[in-house]
Ligand binder design. Structure first.
Ligand code: ADP
Length: 474
């Protein structure tokens, strides 16, 4: 399009700040791998690398019906999951909104009593909840997806480290989440036994593994970003230093264990990728300034706001919309991340869809956007989304590099299960991830060997699968 000279110059400037080329990706990968190594060796590292105690692989032929409970930020979901034995899982579920007054307070049990009530309502409403997979005591087995930081010591033991996502129940911190939930279920006299607790990324990993046993990684690109993977046990040296792998009941006979990376906590090396003024500005206005910086470059929560901040700078420099702004453009987080997807999808010659977004939705005066403006906006959206996807790909490549020996084999196959609306909805997010992995690891280790697969209902399916895997401990 006919960018003005000033627009072209600014565009090149933004490109140089936001494009993560192959050379930068490789250098970032070195730093990211070092940070993961540090997390595997030491507690309290920047990237926590939390041992997650799933030590078995799935085959996809497992059968049985299990309950799953998923507590995310805003909703709780109770499910009955039937493992069909052919990689398929049938789910019956019911969702409950978690009222704000159950998220905070002195009574630590308030949330667990609420969850137990949800389970009770579900069991009463779904009489077909089959009871053919019972423990000796005729109980239904349940897996719990708990998407808050958990210090786990076994698949069914984990103490709450701290709350986030607007939860604040100080009495529950440092307490065992499985015991808290089990006690609440018992107060309601429900014949349900909680046999496993998993993080949502581990759930995603397991859900994909049931369908494709070659799955080694689960990753989320949604409101936040995080990944879990099967680590070779000896690499988790902070744990193996203190436990006898062969004797400890949690790892007896195992060679691998899942690790929840909590990679959102990483900080990229500023010498390679200095945070832009837009990144700094976003970070400063969050609830957790200086924290979760990697997540703030990548996840759906922030990408729309990054685009808005860039566009506002362009407006102020009179490089867009003839200097016009709007109430929406002036309001933080008014430019939704979903708009990046919609604008990317708009391939019409005159970018009519983009005009609609800018003028009808974002409230710019009608007729103020030129074709060049709209192209510029589209390019900005792409720069922000591509940076996010390529950084995610770099991080996945770092995890894959732990299996480089395997990937060098001729018919190697490593599957990655992916969950999250950003990945699902932004056109080409998967391609950018693949490109980044290819550029860092080399095409010979990636092409035809590494696959990305979208997981549906990962949290629910994963919790049920974890409950099944933990059954042998009863
Ligand atoms: P969560 O991660 O909260 O469990 P999702 O995986 O649905 O749930 O992710 C929601 C996030 O995905 C939203 O915060 C939003 O930023 C992003 N998102 C939603 N719709 C789209 C879309 N069409 N394109 C890109 N990102 C989207």
């Amino acid at each position: 399009p006919d960018f003005t000279e000033a627009q072209r110059k600014k565009y090149e400037e933004l490109r140089s700040e936001l494009v993560v080329d192959t050379d930068k990706l490789k250098r970032l990968q070195e730093g990211f791998t070092r940070a993961m190594d540090d997390g595997l060796a030491n507690y309290g590292s920047l990237v926590p690398m939390i041992p997650a105690f799933v030590v078995n692989r799935l085959t996809g032929v497992e059968t049985g019906t299990y309950l799953a409970l998923d507590l995310g930020g805003t909703n709780a979901r109770v499910c009955s999951a039937e493992l069909c034995g052919n990689g398929e899982i049938k789910i019956i579920s019911r969702e409950f909104t978690v009222p704000d007054d159950k998220k905070v307070g002195e009574d630590k049990d308030i949330i667990f009593d609420f969850l137990a009530e949800c389970v009770e309502i579900f069991l009463n409403a779904v009489p077909e909840t089959r009871r053919d997979e019972k423990s000796a005591s005729q109980e239904l087995l349940m897996g719990f997806t708990f998407s808050f930081p958990l210090e786990q010591t076994a698949i069914d033991k984990g103490t709450i480290m701290y709350w986030n996502k607007n939860f604040d129940l100080p009495g529950a911190v440092n307490q065992d989440v499985v015991q808290l939930l089990q006690a609440a279920l018992e107060r309601k006299h429900l014949a349900v036994r909680v046999t496993a607790v998993v993080n949502d990324t581990v759930g995603c990993l397991l859900a994909n593994a049931y369908r494709n046993p070659k799955t080694s990684i689960g990753v989320i690109f949604g409101t936040g970003t995080n990944a879990a993977y099967y680590a070779r046990l000896p690499t988790i040296s902070k744990w193996t230093r203190q436990h006898d792998i062969a004797a400890d009941p949690a790892t007896r006979g195992a060679t691998e264990m899942t690790v929840n990376t909590e990679w959102g906590a990483y900080e990229t090396d500023p010498a390679v990728l200095p945070p832009t003024r837009f990144d700094v500005s976003i970070d400063r206005r969050t609830r957790n300034p200086g924290k979760q910086l990697f997540e703030k470059l990548i996840s759906g929560m922030y990408l729309g706001e990054l685009v808005r901040l860039i566009l506002v700078e362009l407006i102020d420099e009179r490089l867009l919309f003839d200097g016009h702004s709007s109430d929406e453009f002036n309001r933080a987080y008014a430019f939704h991340t979903s708009y990046l997807s919609e604008i990317k999808k708009d391939t019409s010659a005159d970018l009519e869809g983009t005009r609609g977004k800018l003028e009808d939705v974002m409230g710019l005066p009608r007729g103020t956007t030129t074709l060049a403006d709209r192209y510029f906006v589209r390019e900005v959206c792409q720069l922000v989304a591509e940076r996010a996807a390529r950084l995610g790909g770099m991080a996945l490549a770092s995890i894959l590099s732990y299996r480089a020996d395997e990937l060098r084999e001729k018919d190697a196959e490593v599957a990655i299960g992916v969950d999250g609306s950003l990945y699902e909805k932004y056109p080409g997010f998967d391609k950018h991830i693949m490109d980044a992995m290819r550029e860092t690891l080399g095409a010979d280790l990636v092409d035809g060997k590494v696959t990305l697969g979208m997981v549906e209902d990962g949290s629910a399916k994963g919790a049920a699968l974890a409950a099944m895997l933990a059954k042998h401990k009863l």
